[in-house]
Ligand binder design. Structure first.
Ligand SMILES: [Cu+2]
Length: 109
C-alpha cells in the first residue's frame, strides 16, 4: 500500500514538472528599428521592460548595433536583422561601429 502511494506521488511530481511553464525573460512583444539611409529609425525608442527590439538592416551596406551595456550584433549585412531582449529598465545608448555618427537609444520603462 505504502509503495503504491509513493509511486502515485512520483507520477504527480512528473506531471507537475512537465506542465510548469518554461521561464522566459521576454514578453514576446517585438518592436522594430529600421536601419535605413545610414540612420536608426526611430533613433530614440521607448519600450516596456521585457520587450524585444529587432533591428533590421535595409541598407545595402553592413551596419552594427553596438552597445557597451547590452552587447553587439556584429556585422549585419543588407537584409539581416538582430534581436535583443531588454529585461531591465534604463537608458541604453548604442551606435554603429562602422559609422560612429549613427547613434540610437533604447529607453526601457
Ligand atoms: Cu553603420
Amino acid at each position: 500500500m505504502r509503495k503504491q502511494i509513493t509511486f502515485t506521488g512520483f507520477l504527480i511530481l512528473i506531471f507537475l514538472t512537465a506542465c510548469k511553464p518554461k521561464p522566459s525573460a521576454g514578453n514576446n512583444t517585438i518592436i522594430k528599428v529600421q536601419i535605413e539611409k545610414m540612420q536608426f529609425s526611430p533613433e530614440n525608442l521607448e519600450v516596456k521592460k521585457g520587450d524585444t527590439v529587432e533591428w533590421q538592416n535595409n541598407d545595402l551596406t553592413p551596419h552594427t548595433v553596438t552597445s557597451s551595456i547590452f552587447g553587439d550584433s556584429g556585422s549585419l549585412q543588407s537584409g539581416e536583422s538582430w534581436q535583443h531582449i531588454f529585461p531591465e529598465t534604463g537608458e541604453f545608448p548604442y551606435n554603429c561601429t562602422f559609422h560612429p555618427n549613427m547613434k540610437g537609444t533604447i529607453v526601457v520603462k
